[in-house]
Design a binder for this molecule. Structure first.
Ligand code: 2AM
Length: 483
């Protein structure tokens, strides 16, 4: 077999198949391979019939078909399967060949693999792929990171097949080693937050305002024409008006116990690991956990009392506008927090992240795609060194404009006993972040009182001292450390 394929793709589940067909549409010759090789034949006979796609029945055969440097992309189950394939590929590849992992791998694994393959002269790339089956077929958001020497060889293929917004590809080099998968992870965390915010808006509309499902759908349709224009608002509009066979809204028949695959949790864990207050994503993960305690909640609902009424008695249209603004302001906080986490990880690992480029990658092709991400891209274009999204003129003005409504919604929800964990935590973060002074001086005093952990004086930061608060015990302080 001559070396004619531009790239090999391992893993013929639906994402892999669709990405192959997408690459084929863009003129690339793809060699398809799968552990269970019957799937190769089935794919060639069915979905890939009439295309330029070729198949291989062994890794040796696959490698022999590739132009050099060889490009091998895996879209297999994250974890051991990736390591197993790497182990089998390494002896078959030559110095300078490229291995791409397009699965949902954990970024620490990608860091390890990048290093291991670099030591063997191979170029490893961990590429976040977002957009589901539809995205893979017609234009996903692609977030590649790893060994940068691979990028010139991948750029023409990955940018060709990615989603485009205003002609610009939703794919660019993210950064070194695990950066691509880290950015994909934060994307998923932000997706959790966006979904929970929409759910809180819906909860208020349904419970506080008693709106019909058609009316709620109409509200989301209207919102989708403005600054909240996004894929998730759009599908929410469709979901709310969708009727079951009996003419009733299907959404109300769905058990209110949310599942999760773990990527939101990973983001929250990273936030805790690096000490970044990514509170909204954290709350959105916990909101799912609380929802899944369905049986406990059903019991508690018969025992624990709330306010006498959870119905809002003011002007409904006005309150709907308050909710819209609360959602928008909370969303700004969520993205500001997400970018804070990216910035901290970049510092930790020495990545040079292009924040505007990341916003552009999320602008199309993926679940969080929105007009809003165009505004974020512009903010980083105006000021590439922007330390926090909230400090950008555009977003600062937006939050200032929305904050009265936002406070009204959080206060009203608390009064009516309707949980709005993400609206509330976003506002608490905003008020904390803009505070010149917080009560942490008292925490420091308490720590020093009971554990001699020492404190700094406002007048001499950096100089830690201990006080004998009780006159008992000694004057020995504990050594200072930061967990
Ligand atoms: P399979 O068709 O042979 O099961 C999504 O599950 C993709 O990952 C499929 O292509 C699947 O191959 C592959 N996959 C899952 N676990 C794997 C493993 N342990 N080794 C190799 N491929 C695996």
């Amino acid at each position: 077999m001559s070396e004619k394929a531009d790239i090999a793709l391992i893993g013929l589940a639906v994402m892999g198949q669709n990405l192959i067909l997408n690459m084929d549409d863009h003129g690339f010759v793809v060699c398809a391979y799968n552990r269970t090789t019957e799937k190769v034949d089935q794919f060639l006979a069915k979905e890939a019939k009439g295309t330029k796609v070729v198949g291989a029945h062994s890794l040796q055969e696959m490698v022999s078909m590739l132009k050099k440097p060889r490009r091998v992309m895996m879209l297999v189950k994250a974890g051991q399967a990736v390591d197993d394939f790497i182990a089998k590929l390494v002896p078959l590849l030559e110095k300078g060949d490229i291995v791409i992992d397009g699965g949902n791998s954990e970024y620490h694994d990608t860091q390890r693999r990048t290093k291991e393959l670099r030591d063997k002269g191979l170029l490893f790339v961990g590429c976040g792929v977002s957009g589901g089956e539809e995205g893979a077929r017609y234009g996903p958001s692609l977030m590649p990171g790893g060994n940068k020497d691979a990028w010139p060889h991948l750029k023409p293929i990955l940018q060709a097949v990615s989603a485009k917004v205003d002609g610009e590809p939703c794919c660019d080099w993210v950064g070194e080693d695990g950066a691509g998968h880290f950015v994909k992870m934060v994307h998923n965390g932000i997706e959790y937050g966006d979904m929970q915010l929409i759910c809180e808006a819906y909860h208020l509309m349904r419970t506080a305002l008693s709106l019909s499902h058609d009316r709620m759908s109409q509200v989301f349709e209207d919102w989708n024409k403005g600054e909240l224009d996004s894929f998730l608002i759009e599908i929410t509009k469709d979901i709310l008006k969708f009727k079951d066979a009996d003419g009733k809204p299907l959404v109300e028949k769905i058990r209110d116990s949310a599942g999760q695959k773990g990527t939101g949790k990973w983001t929250a864990i990273a936030a805790l690991d690096y000490g970044v207050p990514v509170t909204l994503i954290g709350e959105s993960v916990f909101a799912r956990c609380l929802s899944s305690l369905k049986e406990e909640r059903v019991h508690a609902s018969t025992v624990l009392k709330g306010p006498a009424s959870s119905v809002y008695d003011g002007d409904k249209d006005q309150f709907l506008e308050h909710i819209r603004q609360a959602l928008y302001a909370s969303k700004i906080v969520s993205y500001a927090q997400g970018f804070m986490l990216l910035r901290e990880a970049a510092k930790e690992f020495g990545w040079k992240l292009n924040y505007g480029g990341i916003a552009l990658m999320w602008r199309g092709g993926c679940i969080i795609r929105s007009a809003f991400l165009g505004n974020i891209k512009s903010a980083f274009e105006r000021n590439p060194g922007l330390s926090n999204l909230l400090l950008d003129d555009f977003f600062r003005a937006a939050v200032h404009r929305c904050q009265e409504s936002w406070r009204t919604v959080v206060a009203t929800a608390a009064r009516l006993g309707i949980p709005t964990p993400c609206f509330s935590t976003a506002l608490a973060f905003y008020d904390g972040y803009r505070s010149h002074s917080l009560p942490a001086n008292l925490i420091q005093a308490q720590r020093d009182y009971f554990g001699a952990h020492t404190y700094e004086l406002v007048s001499s930061p950096g100089r830690f001292q201990h006080t004998n608060w009780t006159g008992r015990g000694g004057n020995v302080s504990a050594s200072t450390y930061q967990a």
